[in-house]
Design a protein around this ligand. Structure first.
Ligand code: SF4
Length: 338
């Protein structure tokens, strides 16, 4: 690692300069993992204007993620640190230990406009390491006290720890909590997301969020072509989410951006080699699956939504916006792409 060559990262935070670097920690509780503790200069990261994301600000407490999802599109960001997007992303975790302090200073500036802030975009704020570093309670409190609305996306049941705090924050500002869960088959889920808790733990988290009186959205992404995209899979997923108490569900097909693409295709070659050719054809145009495929998936997902009581079949992510995919409630034929 060439620490001395690091400058500003893509989030705008100064990482890994010798000045920012505090120490590297390893512990038997996290075998094979190194935590590089740094003093960041920026906590709030501005999303590029050209981004289609429905928020302009994010906070990431770490770089790299112990959840190790093979499809993770944040992998590429590790290359800015002179680390690789594969194993290093999974095991070389940069922790912004002073993020709460820096955030408080940023929120206190007269120029801060109290726009929505999203957490959980490039790493999971409730990965297991949060139990050690306890950064989230300070962030939640700081955002709420400053009148800043925020959302959290996670796969980590550790969020249960902060539910009382989130309930309190929701009295002060708009708080949105979403759980990421796209497959309920434990064997496949553990192969694709080896560092995450199994689906039952996340279904339990959804129930706990609902029991706390907070709406729990579910991001059922990515849906994996030929692995989790059948009507049967989508029905099983939506049925389990409805039973757990999810407020609403957003589905979406796998994206294969550079960084994630290489890592995911290597996983596919090792675990489902017969699908490598079909995936290459489906993603021949770039990061997104062919539009015919996405339309077909949207139809099946809309049917599953309706069957399991999630409204009129309109995916919540696209309500009130121009929809890239048709929202209909009948299942059309599978496109002949595979
Ligand atoms: S939990 Fe999110 S950030 Fe972490 S590896 Fe999985 S997709 Fe990436």
């Amino acid at each position: 690692m060439r620490w001395e060559q690091q400058k500003l990262d893509d989030d705008g935070a100064a990482l890994l300069s010798l000045r920012g670097m505090i120490r590297t920690v390893t512990t038997p509780d996290f075998e094979g993992v190194s935590f590089h503790e740094i003093a960041c200069r920026t906590a709030l990261n501005k999303v590029p204007v050209q981004s289609s994301m429905p928020f302009r600000w994010t906070i990431n407490t770490t770089r790299g993620c112990l959840h190790r999802c093979v499809y993770c599109f944040a992998r590429k960001t590790h290359e800015y640190l002179d680390l690789d997007a594969g194993r290093d992303f999974d095991t070389q975790i940069i922790v912004k230990t002073n993020v709460v302090q820096v955030l408080r200073a940023e929120l206190a500036k007269p120029s801060w406009s109290r726009e929505h802030v999203a957490l959980g975009t490039n790493s999971d704020p409730y990965m297991r390491a949060e139990g050690r570093y306890r950064l989230m309670p300070g962030i939640i409190t700081a955002l709420a006290e400053s009148g800043t609305p925020f959302s959290i996306l996670t796969k980590g049941p550790l969020l249960r720890r902060d539910l009382p705090l989130l309930k309190e924050a929701a009295q002060q500002v708009s708080v949105s909590v979403a759980v990421s869960l796209a497959m309920v088959t434990p064997e496949l889920q553990q192969a694709v997301e080896p560092g995450t808790p199994d689906p039952r733990a996340r279904l339990g988290l959804i129930g706990a969020i609902a029991d706390a009186g907070l709406d729990c959205q579910v991001l059922a992404m990515p849906i994996l072509p030929r692995l989790t995209d059948s009507q049967e899979h989508l029905d099983a997923l939506h049925g389990a989410l409805a039973e757990a108490g999810a407020r609403d569900v957003t589905t979406g097909a796998l994206h294969l951006r550079p960084g994630a693409r290489e890592w995911f295709l290597a996983w596919l070659a090792a675990h489902r080699p017969h699908l490598v050719g079909p995936y290459r054809r489906l993603y021949r145009g770039g990061s997104y699956a062919h539009s015919d495929y996405r339309r077909s998936l949207a139809r099946r997902a809309a049917l599953a939504r309706e069957r399991h009581g999630f409204g009129d079949g309109a995916d919540p992510m696209w309500r009130g916006r121009s929809t890239p995919e048709p929202v209909v409630s009948e299942v059309g034929p599978q496109p002949a792409l595979f």
